[in-house]
Design a protein around this ligand. Sequence first.
Ligand SMILES: N[C@@H](CCC(=O)N[C@@H](CS)C(=O)NCC(=O)O)C(=O)O
Length: 191
Amino acid sequence: MSIQVFVVPINVTKGEHTTSLFVAECHPFGKIPVFKQGNTQIFESRAIWRYLAAKYQADLGPPANPDDLATFEQLDSVGYSHFDPAISGLAYGKLFKRARGNCEPNPKRIQELEEQVSQCLDYYDGVLTKQAWFAGDNFSVIDICNIPMLEMFITRLGYEHEVTSRLYLKAWWNRATKCLSWKAIKAKASG
Ligand SMILES: N[C@@H](CCC(=O)N[C@@H](CS)C(=O)NCC(=O)O)C(=O)O
């Protein structure tokens, strides 16, 4: 799947996503990302990726076979329920809260979140000992969803060793960030 996108950077540190205009017109919960194309507007990253995969007929999952579907949804739910909230919590505590002048991060809370992320990364590393991609032999929307969260975790939050110390996850990270036009997306997002 190859589609041209125009990235509109939203400065979360400055709270641009919480303005009443952004909430009214883009995201009712004041979060990112948001996708817009013509009359179509979608929030929630998983909904966005599944929409794009369906629209452009890319075979990125979910699979049709019930057993494969269960494994796929189980893994994606780990991301949605455990991994993403823990990373977002770390980002809030270590980056956004401080930048907005609220206060210093709570060390106990940070430690809890680090443990949650670590548990997910152990699980992910175990999944990747058996297969090249999160959903099996093929790249899927689950891989796509995990890339930006890990980018934040590694680059912005400084936890690179948590990925490089897990051999299968590290190999996946190198594969995933090479085969996506990830550098181009990053350049657009920061630029
Ligand atoms: N489940 C949502 C999560 C949205 C979310 O929490 N986004 C984060 C960035 S990854 C955010 O907007 N954080 C800013 C904040 O909560 O103030 C999705 O996948 O789109």
